[in-house]
Ligand binder design. Structure first.
Ligand code: CU
Length: 468
């Protein structure tokens, strides 16, 4: 290898190491954190829309509002005159909801509970939403109108008239050159855990995460990273996952590797609460875990997912290199804000970034070393929330594939091979290949419109130069 080439590679390796250590102090960046863009105040610009789900309250009566997952009943309420009314707010949903009026009055009810309070209804009426992130966009919006009055300009569309998927989609933010540098995710697959019973601490943490050069999301995470940690166990092991919700809103967890009733373990974990989700890994595979709190689309789109590897009976044979890649999408809101629910909820998804292990292009900028002529094993999961993956490694052929329990076996009698593994959201696979010579082997989803949106990494075999 000539000297300049070697220098380039050394520089790349150094960059990888320093990025992994997160060494440099974060520069000040110009856009404020999520706290500067609070949720919970109804928008002031939407035009009023009548709802078929309407109710009229008599003079001196009580305004009764029911919250369900995800909407209000009724969403349009008429009162005879301006004045102060008692509100009885009942939550028949499975997760905490609130009713937040345009003047800031807020009543919060846990699942199955009723709370009451008072609201001063002006002559122009008052709009209300659920202020929990994603809930308004999913349809939790309504309005109290005064009979004969003029609707205020600050009213909102009622549920049923404006489907969330038809809501206007925000333009993506502009890259901020002063945003904190992303923290490179080590692509190496973890070793299988020792023993047969595993107590795993998995705190739920809401924090700012740099998801691409110049772009910061106020993500919701398992364990403080997107994706959450990869958990690797033997078939038949018991996992006791201890969750502590350190965030500001309710979350939950759903392990696809488990067998359990939804209302047994996929329960709401309120801020400050702890919960232990216990299951036995009875089937081998590459499994997804994710938050299932409504709207699950928003919680997954904002970072709450990860991979569980359950090794098959007898374990996997040792190979030279092992990696874990989770493909997912980012639908950006404002800088430092959570992912944009309306954008994620389009029926034709148009993500800002499609990424491996949470960050656009991180393994293009920091190539991953593999052994020439060695066996490389990749655990790959498509976490979505909505886009498929066609995982392909340029210049290689997969000679061993296990996808959702179906196997292509190396050395099979017909001589069959595989070029790409197709994964719908929530599907996982194990692929194996051998880099035949020193050189570069890019890995992508072979839907190339997403390669230009961050779904690109590079394996470097040997010194990266096939010419020597
Ligand atoms: Cu969540």
């Amino acid at each position: 290898m000539d000297r300049p080439r070697r220098l380039v590679l050394v520089t790349a390796v150094l960059a990888l190491v320093t990025a992994a250590c997160g060494s440099s102090a974060a520069p000040a960046w110009t856009f404020g954190p999520a706290a500067n863009t609070p949720v919970g105040q109804p928008a002031a610009s939407s035009a009023p829309v009548a709802s078929p789900d309407a109710a009229t309250v008599s003079t001196g009566g009580t305004i009764a509002i029911e919250a369900f997952d995800l909407g209000f009943k009724p969403a349009a309420i008429s009162v005879p005159a301006a004045g102060t009314y008692t509100v009885s707010f009942t939550n028949t949903g499975t997760t905490t909801h609130d009713v937040t009026f345009a003047d800031g009055t807020k009543l919060t009810a846990e699942a199955g509970k009723t709370v009451s309070g008072q609201i001063a209804v002006p002559a122009t009426g008052v709009s209300f939403i659920c202020s929990i992130p994603g809930h308004e966009q999913a349809g939790m919006a309504g309005q109290v109108a005064v009979a004969g009055g003029t609707a205020a300009s600050g009213t909102m569309p009622g549920m049923g008239e404006t489907p969330a998927s038809a809501a206007p989609v925000a333009a993506g933010p502009v890259a901020d050159p002063n945003a904190p540098k992303y923290i490179l995710r080590d692509a190496t697959a973890p070793a299988v855990m020792e023993g047969t019973v595993h107590d795993i601490e998995l705190p739920i943490i809401e924090k700012d995460v740099t998801v691409a050069d110049g772009f910061v999301v106020h993500a919701w995470t398992f364990g403080g990273t997107v994706p959450g940690p990869t958990l690797r166990v033997h078939l038949g092991d018991t996992l006791r996952v201890h969750l502590t919700n350190q965030g500001q809103m309710s979350h939950s967890i759903d392990f696809h590797a488990s067998l359990t009733a939804m209302n047994h373990q996929m329960v709401e974990i309120k801020p400050g609460e702890t919960f232990t989700y216990e299951f036995k890994a009875e089937y081998a595979g590459v499994w997804m875990y994710h938050c299932g709190t409504a709207p699950a689309l928003h919680h997954i789109a904002n970072g709450m997912f990860g991979m569980v590897i359950v090794e098959p009976k007898g374990g996997l044979p040792k190979v030279d290199n092992e990696f874990a890649f989770v493909q997912s999408e980012w639908y950006l809101g404002a800088q430092g804000a959570p992912a944009d629910y309306a954008k994620a909820n389009q029926t034709a998804p148009s993500p800002d970034f499609v990424v491996f292990n949470g960050i656009a292009n991180q393994y293009k900028d920091n190539p991953v070393a593999v052994t020439t002529g060695g066996r490389v094993r990749v655990f790959v999961l498509d976490a979505g929330p909505s886009v498929d993956s066609s995982y392909h490694v340029v210049g290689t052929i997969f000679d061993q594939v296990t996808k959702e329990g179906v196997q292509l076996v190396r050395g099979n009698a017909g001589g069959w091979g595989s070029q790409a593994v197709d994964l719908a959201p929530a599907q996982g696979a194990i692929v194996e290949f051998t880099p035949p010579e020193d050189g570069m082997y890019p890995f992508v989803t072979h839907a190339f419109n997403f390669v230009t949106h961050g779904a690109l990494g590079i394996f470097v075999a040997g010194d990266g130069d096939p010419g020597n």
